[in-house]
Design a protein around this ligand. Structure first.
Ligand SMILES: NC(=O)c1ccc[n+]([C@@H]2O[C@H](COP(=O)([O-])OP(=O)(O)OC[C@H]3O[C@@H](n4cnc5c(N)ncnc54)[C@H](OP(=O)(O)O)[C@@H]3O)[C@@H](O)[C@H]2O)c1
Length: 254
C-alpha cells in the first residue's frame, strides 16, 4: 500500500527539516518546500534537496519543490506536483515563517507586511491550494504552527516581535474557524503553539543575544508528528508542545 503523503513548508532547515524527517520515520512520503535550493542556496545552511535526500535515506519517497509561499503560482505548482507525482496529499504542515524584530514604533510598513505575507498569507495560500485534493479524498490533516508570542504580550514587546505575534494570532484564529467550516469534511485543522525557544538558525539569528534555555528542534517535530497521527475527528485544537508530550505519554500507557 502507498505511504501517506505530507507537504512540509520551510523544510530546508530548522524545525521544518526535523518535521520532514519525523514524518518520514512514521512512514510518510514527504514533499519538502522552501526557497533554498542547491542552485540558489541561502546564507543559512540547508536546502530542500538535502532534506529530501535525508527523507529518502529513511526509506520514503521525497520531492524537493522550490516554493516561495507568498507566490500563488508557486504554491499551485507545489500542490500540483505533490498530487501528480506522489498521488495524494494527506498532511500539510504550514511551518515556514519569518521573524524580523523591530519595535512597533519603528517598524516599516514593508517589514510589517513581510511578516503578515509569509506567516499568515503563506499559510492561507498553501491551505487553500490543498483543499480541493483533500475534499476530493474526504480526508486530510492541516497542521499550522504558532508561537508563545501570541499569549505572552510582554515577551512580544520586549523582543520587538509584535508583527510576528499578530501574524501567529491570526494563524490560530484561522485554525479554529477553518476547523469549524470543515467539520463534516473529514479534514482536521489543528495548530501547534511552540512556547519554548527552539535552537534553530532562524531563531538564533533573530535573537542573537538572548539568554535562554534552548530546546532541540526534534521536540517540536515530535509534537507535529503526534498531531499528524490523530484521527481526523480531532480538530480545531491549539496544542502546546507540553500538552502534546503529555498526551503522547498518556497514549503510550498500557
Ligand atoms: N525556533 C523557535 O524558537 C520557534 C518558537 C516558536 C515558534 N516557531 C515557529 O516554528 C516554525 C519554524 O521555525 P524555525 O525556528 O525552524 O525557523 P527557521 O530556522 O528560520 O526556518 C524557517 C523556514 O521557513 C522557510 N521560509 C521562510 N520564508 C519562506 C517563504 N517566503 N517561502 C517558503 N519558505 C520560507 C525557510 O526556508 P528558505 O529560507 O529556504 O525559504 C526555512 O526553511 C515557524 O513557524 C516559527 O514561527 C519557532
Amino acid at each position: 500500500m502507498a505511504s501517506p503523503v505530507a507537504i512540509v513548508t520551510g523544510a530546508s532547515r530548522g524545525i521544518g527539516r526535523h518535521i520532514a524527517l519525523a514524518l518520514a520515520r512514521d512512514g510518510m512520503d514527504v514533499v519538502c518546500a522552501a526557497r533554498s535550493t542547491r542552485e540558489a542556496p541561502s546564507k543559512l545552511p540547508g536546502t530542500i534537496e538535502k532534506t529530501a535526500s535525508e527523507v529518502e535515506a529513511l526509506g520514503q519517497r521525497a520531492l524537493a519543490v522550490p516554493c516561495d509561499i507568498r507566490q500563488e503560482d508557486q504554491v499551485a505548482e507545489l500542490v500540483r506536483r505533490a498530487a501528480e507525482e506522489l498521488g495524494r496529499i494527506d498532511v500539510l504542515v504550514n511551518n515556514a515563517a519569518v521573524v524580523a524584530p523591530a519595535p512597533f514604533s519603528e517598524i516599516t510598513a514593508k517589514r510589517w507586511d513581510l511578516m503578515l505575507d509569509v506567516n499568515l498569507g503563506g499559510t492561507v495560500l498553501c491551505t487553500r491550494a490543498v483543499l480541493p485534493t483533500m475534499l476530493e479524498q474526504g480526508s486530510g490533516r492541516i497542521i499550522n504552527v504558532s508561537s508563545g508570542a501570541v499569549t505572552d504580550p510582554k515577551l512580544a514587546a520586549q523582543l520587538g516581535i509584535i508583527s510576528y505575534a499578530v501574524s501567529k494570532a491570526a494563524v490560530e484564529a484561522l485554525t479554529t474557524a477553518l476547523a469549524a467550516e470543515l467539520e463534516a469534511s473529514g479534514i482536521a485543522v489543528n495548530c501547534l503553539r511552540i512556547e519554548s525557544a527552539i535552537a534553530t538558525e532562524g531563531a538564533k539569528l533573530a535573537d542573537p543575544g538572548v539568554e535562554t534555555e534552548w530546546e532541540q528542534p526534534e521536540t517540536a517535530a515530535d509534537a507535529v508528528r503526534w498531531l499528524a497521527a490523530r484521527d481526523t475527528s480531532y480538530t480545531g485544537h491549539i496544542v502546546t508542545m507540553e500538552e502534546a508530550r503529555a498526551a503522547e505519554a498518556r497514549d503510550a500507557q498500557p
